[in-house]
Design a binder for this molecule. Sequence first.
Ligand code: CUA
Length: 189
Amino acid sequence: MAETDHVERQPPHEELGERAERLWARAMTAVIVVLLGVLVFTSAHWGLHPPSRVETIDSTSLHKGGEFTESNLGTSIAPDGTTVVRVVAQQYAFVPSCVLVPSGVPVTMRLASAEVVHGFLIQGTNVNAMVVPGYVTTVRTTFQESGDRLMPCHEFCGVGHQAMWAHVRIVDAKQFPFEDAKAKPVSCG
Ligand code: CUA
């Protein structure tokens, strides 16, 4: 009779185990869905996105000419009307050290490093990226409020790292020298 009891008792046990497993799987699926939801929401809320393309550059010859030669640094208005900021990150400064941009206008920032890895963020905005030698860092943003903001380097880049920062001066679009910036790059300070 013990045999029969045993056989009879087994199915409920198995069911219980299956139910617990199903419950566990559902709970874990819910956790994953919640985490993914949080990720998607924060990304959308803060406008975060991974670098959209990879553009390489020879970091050792930035000064010799091309896009990041000194006379080409600063804010310029491209022939198609887009506002482009070009900055070189080097030990231990950003060039130009004062970046002038208009508010309420889409701005494309392009940065290149002259030697080691630097980083930059603009306080009070979602701009935050690394500048890796050999690559062009491109960030697109629209500055909403005018005012001065700090742009510190946030990747340790050597003994002068903590002294490496620039200013970003956001001015009303009416005050921004668009005509000058069409002819040659402008900056402030
Ligand atoms: Cu450049 Cu830290």
